[in-house]
Ligand binder design. Structure first.
Ligand code: GLA
Length: 392
């Protein structure tokens, strides 16, 4: 079985109820779910004022909580031992590191004077793979922020909530991410992709409701780590390139402008810039292709995006390239429209657009061929655009 079935949201909720009962002998009074995300196109340009086109996926993190009458939050998951957070003072980053996302969200509420938060007990369940480039951290942030909203009876604007979560990731997890993940996990809608203008923070929901198309996510099982130096390095390189180009924003840069940086740093900055400028154009074209239901065009833009990320931006890895190459070999004749790495890269997952009637077959083939050639057993599943973070 290669096409992993989605553990339904209902099952995650039931599991959370049972876990809360077993750990804290209580029923939940607050329940929240937040999805992961997959980016169809527009990679590594959310921190360059670019346009990105992700979707929230039907894999979630669920939090079940109930007040405990104290000034502490006690939180645990299926695997992790209990974390106790004091709600009287400003939280500081610390161990265990996964709890830093929670500490950062609490700090975001405190800074916005949505405070104090009453003490509570909470448990976390999830069917979202961790370290697979599917934004499990953004999903955790958004689910936790939603629980806190419910606890303090305040409703944040979904954009504001996404920005609060991004800040938590910057300040408490040390990851200098852009806004794509938190926006997608917050603003996603069923049967829609979210076109995000990362310069203005405006979003457009682009329908993706054709039942003839499937989005396949293939986890290479190479764990990626955004806190590692390469992500930060790409941010620095693109900042440096923009300065040298003498422009305020990447949205003002034309391909012809890039000539002036051609010789800098052995051509590295030129190649980084070429990716940014071409990926912004590709994403605009992809959104148009999607609106016009020109799916073959969309697929070739995805393939071009992968090549640019592999050769010019250099954020792919042999396993991502292999998975994409295997999908490309199947090609349109076998039902594959386009395939590319998705997310931060250096591991994680690929996203493949294909015809639904062939998705099982494609997934079987990818899984077998990838395992033979890489020695790793991938996790492949079909997904559909799902609703963003919400209370249940
Ligand atoms: C990670 C970051 C995002 C974005 C992608 C690359 O997922 O969290 O902000 O930069 O990488 O597109």
């Amino acid at each position: 079985m290669t096409l992993h079935e989605n553990e339904s949201l209902t099952e995650l909720v039931e599991e959370a109820r049972a876990l809360l009962g077993a750990c804290y002998q209580k029923d939940p009074s607050h329940l929240a779910a937040a999805p992961g995300r997959v980016n169809l196109i527009g990679e590594h340009i959310d921190y360059c004022d670019g346009l990105v086109l992700p979707l929230a996926i039907d894999r979630h993190i669920v939090i079940a909580a109930t007040p405990n009458g104290s000034d502490k939050a006690r939180i645990r998951s299926r695997k992790d031992s209990e974390v106790v957070l004091c709600l009287q003072s400003s939280p500081q980053p610390g161990a265990p590191s996964w709890a830093n996302y929670l500490r950062g969200i609490l700090e975001g509420f405190r800074l916005r004077e949505i405070w104090p938060v009453p003490g509570f007990d909470a448990v976390i369940t999830s069917d979202l793979p961790i370290g697979a480039g599917l934004s499990s951290s953004a999903a955790l942030e958004l689910a936790f922020a939603s629980i806190l909203e419910s606890m303090v009876q305040t409703v944040l604007d979904p954009r504001e909530k996404a920005l609060l979560c991004q800040q938590a990731e910057h300040d408490f997890a040390g990851v200098p991410c852009g806004i794509m993940d938190q926006f997608a996990c917050s603003l996603g809608q069923r049967d829609h992709l979210v076109l995000i203008d990362c310069q203005t923070h405006l979003t457009e929901l682009v329908p993706f409701d054709s039942r003839d198309l499937s989005i396949l996510v293939a986890n290479t099982m190479v764990s990626h780590d955004l806190a590692s130096g390469e992500y930060r390095k790409r941010r620095e390189e693109t900042d440096r390139a923009l300065k040298l180009l003498g422009k305020q924003s990447w949205r003002h840069v034309l391909p012809a402008d890039l000539e002036v940086i051609e010789t800098y740093e052995d051509g590295t900055l030129f190649r980084r810039a070429l990716h940014v400028v071409s990926e912004i154009t590709r994403t605009k074209k992809a959104a148009k292709a999607l609106r016009d239901k020109e799916y073959a065009v969309l697929g070739s833009l995805m393939s071009a995006s992968h090549q640019s990320l592999r050769d010019d931006f250099e954020v792919s890895c042999p396993e991502l390239d292999l998975m994409v190459e295997l999908a490309d070999q199947i090609g349109p004749a076998g039902g594959v429209l386009g395939s590319r790495m998705t997310g931060g890269g250096f591991g994680g997952s690929t996203v493949t657009l294909c015809h639904s009637e062939r998705d099982h077959e494609i997934s079987e083939h990818l899984s077998k061929a990838y395992e033979v050639q890489s020695g790793k057993s991938p996790q492949i599943f079909a997904t559909r655009p799902a609703q963003g973070a919400r209370l249940l």
